[in-house]
Design a binder for this molecule. Structure first.
Ligand code: SF4
Length: 613
């Protein structure tokens, strides 16, 4: 593209965002979409137009995996590379793509038409293998369907028109036109049963803000994203601040591999979500709402914007909501761009401020000082939906469901080795054995509860319950049959954390690499008992010294597999009878001395010996 045309495009993009550097995510997303890359010239120009520096722009652009400094193809495939997709045949799909296009992963065809790459979980584990093609989701891929899609794209078919049949429910709505299926397998009383929209909001509008907070508190509702912080308490912190500019943020960045329940709520219950956010605004006194939608769910954006428009037209968003004088509240959608860490609430806020999605130091907590320094409550999609139902049906109704310390129902995304993957709405307290039965899972050896940051449970733990007091989960339940390799799963999860660490603190950035190296040694059968001690010690150090939840939970796959699958480790770890350390590598050991002495060893350095020869 001519520099003058590129400059003009960038001026249009930045002007569309008021040249506001806090809208950097929108600016960069649009730049990537229109120019297919964010190159040095674009960074310089955007920096100039928004009053930023090139270094600041580069810091943001390099943080998110959906941005690229080199041009991407007109059609960019992002193959979902999570453990479920790997088990479902990802390799064959990748091979078919590479074969059809004559390029390898990470490359672009010479005509600039196609790029292919992998990306972590895109939230389609119930219909794997899956991929994103630009903004379109393709599911249940086969080598044959890949071939057919490539031929169609080459002949001029648009990605949105590729699926021959559309998914069920609202996926088939003209604003969505998606082949994604909801796979709702069990409907509970709270979210997926019969729900009358806006009943909760009607009741909330007749109450005082303090009474709304009290009702949410009395219901026992805890955050459904995984951390489980009491929702009413979080709201009370924001409501008690002196700052009157307050924000209601919805975290729709479900990036935990194996989780896809928010996808279904966003598709089937968008009104309930926005109703819950509006109730929250009423409770804490906020005029500004934001839905942070993960980049992988960009296909849902036109649908959600349609719902927001409808609600504005019906007087349920905007000025004087529901006819209440002075109650003004509206919501905008902020797209993410492929960064798991943005599921952490302070990292999400950083991203919304136009910064790299790095977690902030706490305290202060976001409810006291969040977005742009103002009180901000961040709740998950499911949590806001629960709020709307609690306001309609009452705190007692919700509190009476579940266990002593976990109230209401939980949406579970079940995937992996089972006959009926999909969404199950269950009261807290359901056991893993119950879930296996419902999902038609036989021959299960292990269940990963809560995604990579959760727990890997073996057969002796299948009696355990899904609840905060036993096995908490944001929703991810992955089932693995006896034909799966447990250490391969651990290896994959560690790779995931290595990839997704924001790199701010050393224990998380480096520690997980060391853990994975040691798991690799164990898998090769070269490990000695001290390697197990090393794994435990390093895991505990990472947990204690990491700054945010990602690092603090990243060793969980190692620790829970050591605890629940000790026989797998003991079969691969041997006491070395001759006392020699099989991991010892003389070249590695000598490297530090070479560096200090600034010369190499004639006897031990193979490169040196080669040069001499
Ligand atoms: Fe970043 Fe990891 Fe530190 Fe969290 S623990 S701040 S993800 S480096």
């Amino acid at each position: 593209m001519e520099p003058s045309v590129q400059k003009q495009t960038l001026e249009e993009i930045c002007a569309g965002c008021d040249n506001d550097k806090h809208r950097m995510m929108d600016i960069l997303l649009e730049t990537q979409r229109r120019l297919r890359c964010i190159d040095g010239f674009s960074m310089e120009t955007i920096a100039h137009l928004t009053g930023s520096t090139r270094v600041e722009i580069e810091g943001v652009a390099s943080f998110y995996s959906f941005f690229s400094e080199t041009p991407k193809g007109q059609f960019t495939f992002h193959l979902c590379d999570d453990i479920i997709d790997r088990h479902a045949g990802l390799k064959k799909i990748a091979k078919a793509l590479e074969h059809e296009l004559g390029i390898t992963m990470g490359e672009t065809t010479s005509d600039g038409l196609f790029s292919i790459d992998t990306t972590p979980c895109i939230g389609m584990s119930d219909q794997a293998p899956a991929a994103m093609l630009n903004d379109v989701i393709l599911t249940n891929l086969t080598p044959e369907s890949i071939r057919a899609y490539i031929i169609a794209l080459r002949s001029g078919v648009e990605p949105i028109d590729l699926p021959e049949t559309l998914g069920n429910g609202n996926n088939a709505h003209q604003r969505l036109r998606s082949m994604v299926h909801n796979n709702i397998q069990a409907r509970g009383d709270v979210l997926l049963g019969d729900v009358e929209d806006n009943k909760g909001l009607e009741k909330a509008l007749a109450m005082s803000p303090a009474d709304i907070v009290e009702q949410v508190t009395q219901s026992g509702l805890s955050g459904c994203g995984g951390a489980g912080f009491p929702t009413g308490r979080k709201w009370s912190f924001a409501a008690a601040t002196e700052d009157t500019e307050r924000y209601v943020f919805c975290n729709a960045d479900e990036g935990e591999p194996g989780t896809f329940k928010d996808r279904v709520l966003l598709t089937e219950r968008p009104d309930l979500l926005i109703e819950g956010m509006t109730i929250a605004a009423c409770a804490i006194g906020s005029e500004h709402g934001l839905i942070y939608l993960r980049g992988e769910y960009v296909y849902l954006k036109p649908w959600l914007e349609h719902i927001l428009r409808q609600r504005r037209e019906n007087g349920l968003l905007g000025a004087d909501i529901g006819g209440v004088d002075g109650f003004n509240f509206d919501i905008r959608i902020q797209m993410g761009a492929g960064a798991y860490i943005c599921g952490e609430e302070s990292a999400l806020i950083s991203s919304c401020e136009g910064l790299p999605g790095e977690p902030k130091t706490r305290p202060p907590f976001p409810a006291q000082k969040g977005y742009m320094g103002h009180p901000t409550i961040v709740n998950n999609v499911e949590t806001f939906c629960h709020v709307a139902r609690i306001m309609d049906q009452g705190a007692e109704w919700f509190y009476s469901m579940g266990t002593e310390k976990s109230h209401g129902t939980k949406l579970l995304s079940i995937c992996g080795d089972c006959d009926k993957p999909g969404i199950y709405e269950m009261p807290y307290g359901v056991t893993l054995a119950d879930l296996m039965k419902m999902a038609g899972a036989q021959d299960v050896a292990a269940i990963q509860v809560g995604g990579p940051s959760g727990q890997l449970i073996g057969r002796n733990g299948f009696h355990r319950q899904i609840c905060f007091e036993d096995l908490p989960t944001g929703g991810s339940i992955m089932m693995f049959s006896t034909k799966r390799n447990i250490l391969e799963i651990v290896d994959y999860f560690l790779d995931f954390f290595i990839e997704e660490s924001c790199g701010f603190c050393t224990p998380c950035r480096v520690g997980n690499i060391f853990l994975n190296e040691r798991i690799g040694i164990i898998r090769k059968g070269h490990a000695v008992p001290s390697d197990i001690d090393y794994l435990k010690e390093l895991s505990n150090t990472i947990i204690k010294t990491s700054r945010c939840g990602l690092g603090q939970t990243s060793p969980n796959p190692v620790l829970s597999s050591l605890e629940n699958f000790p026989l797998i480790y003991s079969a691969l770890v041997r006491e070395n009878e001759d006392g020699l350390d099989t991991n010892f590598n003389i070249q590695d050991a000598l490297e530090e001395s070479r560096r200090l002495a600034k010369h190499r060893s004639y006897i031990y350095d193979p490169d040196f010996a080669e040069e001499e020869a």
